[in-house]
Design a protein around this ligand. Structure first.
Ligand code: HEC
Length: 134
């Protein structure tokens, strides 16, 4: 009986510990999906495919591929100029989303930079967003 109790306590501790040390990048991407669904999806669509002629795609977008930090700048400052994404021209206005917290912006950037065929080695942090605000 005592052995079972000890075993259960051990099992629970191991489970709690693994949740605690969950890969921080994975955790951020997971939170970022929620930020995306609530703040970006209405324009950029569920799978980042965008709407041709209006909202540029984020999936495999060559616009930020070389420098995914651009995603942070676009969220903080918005974008209102003619741009080319994957060979197509877009010239609409994206309102800034700077009301999002530093953490939300870091999370959604990690999500966008690592979804729908996008891949980024970098891990974006709230401190980086904070610095970019100024
Ligand atoms: C109201 C619609 C709208 C919302 C909401 C919106 N965007 Fe945009 N986004 C646009 C438009 C329009 C452009 C192109 C702007 C231009 O042509 O100058 C754009 C451009 C971009 C770009 C650069 C171009 C590209 O395709 O790589 C990124 C990155 C981006 N948005 C990310 C986001 C993220 C992340 C969110 C949520 C936090 C978001 N956007 C919310 C409309 C929107």
């Amino acid at each position: 009986m005592k052995k079972i109790a000890v075993a259960s306590v051990l099992t629970i501790s191991v489970i709690m510990f693994s949740a605690f040390v969950q890969n921080p990048k994975e955790a951020s991407i997971k939170r970022g999906k929620e930020v995306y669904d609530n703040n970006c999806m209405s324009c950029h669509q569920e799978n980042g495919e965008g709407i041709e002629g209006s909202f540029p795609p984020l999936a495999k977008s060559d616009y930020f591929q070389k420098d995914p930090k651009k995603i942070i700048t676009v969220i903080l400052k918005g974008l209102n100029e003619e741009i080319k994404v994957n060979g197509k021209t877009y010239n609409m206005m994206m309102p800034e989303q700077s009301y999002l917290s530093d953490e939300e912006i870091a999370d959604v950037t990690n999500y966008v930079a690592n979804s729908w065929g996008n891949k980024s080695k970098a891990v974006f942090t709230p401190a980086q967003v904070k610095a970019a605000r100024n």
